[in-house]
Design a protein around this ligand. Sequence first.
Ligand SMILES: *Cc1c(COP(=O)(O)O)cnc(C)c1O
Length: 224
Amino acid sequence: MDGSEFDPAAARADILRRMADAARQAGRDPAEVQLTAVSKQQPWPAVAPVLAAGQTVFGENRVQEAAQRWADHRQGLELRLIGPLQTNKVREALNLFDVIETLDRDRLAERLAAEIQRLGRAPRVFVQVNTGEEPQKAGVRPDETDAFVARCRNVYDLHPEGLMCIPPEAEPPGPHFALLAKLAGRNGLRGLSMGMSSDFEVAIRHGSTAVRVGSALFGARAHA
Ligand SMILES: *Cc1c(COP(=O)(O)O)cnc(C)c1O
């Protein structure tokens, strides 16, 4: 199939089937693993067929871009922020997103807590962990995760439902997924947002509850 014939609805059916197979092979219930369709940088003609095929959970990495893309289609969807959140965008993010996956520092936790107070409604939250300890990448360090999760709960009254990671591109992802699962387990967190187009089956074997798939679902992204 060349680019012009890429069929996102068929790609979605195939990905859902592969997800279910990977779950069963790992002795897990396929219903435990959700597909987040990463629609960032995708033109509407690529997104529309996936929406029409019944997809309701979408991931975006930029607040402004997501607000524009979903302004007329927000109803009935779950929108998840999977990119870095600046403190000056927190209010806008809370107005748009159901789930913030990228809580990674105290200043952001503090700001989120304040805006949640003001709004009287809280988003679901994941803590992002920089499992590869890459200097350019967001996320708390693995050895700081326990303390940060504790501060989220005790200082900021935020109650993360899970952890999220983006493994280093040049390394096999398995050990990173295993580390994230271990950190989640010892902190009593059930959610694991891990696995992308190239490695979602590996992530499911390691316990992923939410895979974030973009290019395999919509086709290659337009580069900004
Ligand atoms: C873009 C992105 C994805 C999707 O990546 P693909 O390789 O296109 O599936 C997943 N997670 C995050 C955090 C992203 O920024």
